[in-house]
Design a protein around this ligand. Structure first.
Ligand code: HPA
Length: 281
């Protein structure tokens, strides 16, 4: 179900906490271990998500559950620090509430980040991966139920969910900054269990380069509302089915924190060009 009233109420309450006339150009969702980017926002206003009409709390480790609005690299932004997931028992609508609220507040572009396991054997843990496409392996969609025509069409196109111009901007900036960034397909699974060897093999055979438990439903909601999307994964662990190493959530969070600085530099460098491009569309 797409709940128009809930999104509108949250957007109104959030807008009421923001400086007069502030309208974000770009929304940013920060995934596991990636919250510290919020510390770089200037003139930051921090709003606890739970105060906004039952905003679903995240029980996931390292997910703060707040919005931070302000200026990053000269661009008005709103960050969602922490998200909720299917594995917490949340519905697609809850998971996408933040992205929809950011769109209603005026964001035309979305940067969405996550921690993911590398499934492509050539990709290393500790690298970034720019999302080129995705596989929705959850069997769920935020668009089931009556369509909100005011948000977007009943059958939105998904031929290029991640914007090609924004990918090119991020790739150019990564090169200039000397940041290693792969490009590939992100598969979203419901979790919370990590993948078996057979599942990892199957995901690779299906064309996945990385696997994680978030992002894809939010991207579907964002594209439905016409947002231009840039997706970046921090590859926190390497899933090789023939020599699978054990992974723990603590290792994943630690590794994501290790990618945090590169991600921060990349996003900060890409934002001005991204905002210019999104405002022209
Ligand atoms: N699998 C699923 N989700 C993840 C992983 C993984 O290996 N690493 C980080 N998030």
């Amino acid at each position: 179900m797409q709940k128009l009233r809930k999104v509108q109420t949250c957007a109104k309450r959030l807008a009421g906490e923001l400086p007069q006339g502030f309208s974000p150009q770009v929304g940013i969702v920060l995934g596991t271990g990636l919250g510290p980017l919020a510390d770089s926002v200037e003139n930051a206003v921090s709003i606890r998500a739970q105060g906004l009409d039952d905003f679903p709390p995240s029980s996931a480790p390292s997910h703060e559950g707040r919005f931070v609005a302000g200026i990053l690299a000269g661009v008005p932004v709103i960050l969602q620090q922490g998200r909720c997931h299917l594995y917490e028992g949340r519905r697609p609508d809850d998971i996408c509430l933040g992205v929809r609220v950011m769109a209603v507040l005026g964001a035309r572009g979305l940067i969405i980040t996550n921690a993911a396991g590398a499934v492509n054997p050539l990709f290393d843990a500790g690298s970034l991966m720019c999302l080129d496409d995705h596989l929705n392996m959850t069997g769920r969609s935020p668009l089931t139920g009556p369509n909100q025509e005011s948000w977007g069409p009943r059958f939105p196109d998904m031929s290029a969910p991640y914007d090609r111009t924004l990918i090119a901007v991020a790739e150019r900036k990564a090169l200039e900054l000397g940041i290693k960034m792969e490009k590939g397909v992100y598969a979203c699974v419901p979790g919370p269990q990590l993948e078996t060897r057979a599942e990892t093999r199957a995901l690779r055979a299906l064309g996945a380069d990385a696997v994680g438990m978030s992002t894809v439903l939010e991207v579907i909601a964002a594209r439905h509302m016409g947002l231009k999307v840039l997706g970046i994964s921090c590859l926190t662990n390497k899933n090789l089915p023939d020599c699978m190493a054990e992974t723990t959530i603590e290792e994943i969070i630690d590794s994501a924190k290790g990618c945090g600085d590169a991600l921060k530099r990349l996003i900060t460098a890409s934002l001005p060009a991204m905002a210019r491009f999104c405002s022209k569309q």
